[in-house]
Design a protein around this ligand. Structure first.
Ligand code: T3D
Length: 264
């Protein structure tokens, strides 16, 4: 059987492929478990300092697999959609956000439903110009999950978030960049090169400081100004104790490029 998720280990970073190309990488329990295992493996590998997530084939991810198993019927009167969201989607999003590594997403084609929101949960999102983002949930009578209702309004504002969720219309990569939904739209044939270069660049940066930034930005979503300033102060104190900080300042004073070791 083909692996539903493939991990390639590169120098200092891992590349993760969702791998059900004939189904546009639709999510099922095997894909979601494989994704969580890939995140665990990245964190356990002390030499891994960044992740790149992408899709095999022409799509990034068409969201949760749609099948008879998830619609009510005589043999299945109460399919437990909330259970899938709670057991699998929640785990993937929480794991992704908590990883002490920067995660780049290369959206290589359509990103729909839960697939779109997994992409948007990554730290830096690049997309090929042929890619699109669709909050497809409404098309089948569902509501956004994978934290779409959390990330969308924070990324693009409430008005656009509500319209995207309620209308289910696709957003092109170019529009997504213009709205600030993603970092950058690039030519389709440049996506792999640009995303790999971005991930390798992140892998050479001070990993602990990047991990601390992730925690700071996540906390800012719910903190007061005072609480955030407190957190920045304590986090800066911790950053100031890392070897990469000392290296950064020494390199500046010596007028040379810093060599950050990551130090996880
Ligand atoms: O359990 C729960 O908790 C529910 C949670 C749900 C969270 C969600 O993610 S809900 C949203 C689910 N996703 C969708 O509703 C999107 C469904 N797919 C589409 O609307 C279209 O496929 C796309 C717009 C994404 C792409 O269209 P197109 O024309 O480029 O491709 P296609 O021909 O529709 O799809 C290609 C193949 O992938 C096709 O298979 P076939 O006919 O060649 O054998 C199609 O059936 C399959 N596919 C696409 N999406 C899914 C899928 N198979 C299963 N599940 C899918 N989500």
């Amino acid at each position: 059987m083909t692996d539903p998720v493939i991990v390639e280990r590169r120098e200092g970073w891992h590349k993760i492929f969702l791998n059900r190309p004939d189904k546009l990488n639709a999510l099922n329990p095997s894909v979601l478990a494989g994704l969580t295992a890939a995140f665990d493996a990245a964190e356990a590998d002390r030499s891994c300092r960044a992740l790149l997530l992408t899709g095999a084939g022409r799509g990034f991810c068409a969201g949760q697999e749609l099948s008879d198993a998830i619609i009510p019927g005589p043999d299945n009167p109460n399919p437990d959609l909330g259970g899938i969201a709670e057991s699998y989607h929640r785990g993937v999003i929480c794991r992704l956000r908590a990883l002490p590594l920067p995660v780049v997403c290369a959206v290589n084609g359509v990103a729909a439903g839960a697939g779109a929101n997994i992409a948007l949960a990554c730290d830096i999102v690049l997309a090929g110009r042929g890619a699109s983002f669709v909050q497809a949930f409404v098309r089948i009578g569902l509501v956004p999950d994978c934290a779409g209702t959390f990330f969308l309004p924070r990324l693009i504002g409430d008005a656009r978030a509500r319209a995207l969720a309620m209308l289910g219309e696709p957003v092109t990569a170019t529009q997504a960049e213009a709205w600030g939904l993603i970092w950058q739209a690039v030519d389709d044939d440049a996506l792999t090169f640009e995303a790999e270069a971005m991930t390798a660049r992140l892998a050479a940066l001070p990993t602990e400081a990047l991990a601390m930034m992730k925690r700071l930005f996540d906390a800012s979503a719910i903190n007061t100004l005072d609480a955030q300033l407190d957190l920045e102060a304590s986090t800066q104190a911790a950053a100031g104790r890392t070897t990469d900080y000392a290296e950064g300042v020494r390199a500046f004073l010596a007028k040379r490029r810093p060599v950050f070791k990551g130090g996880r």
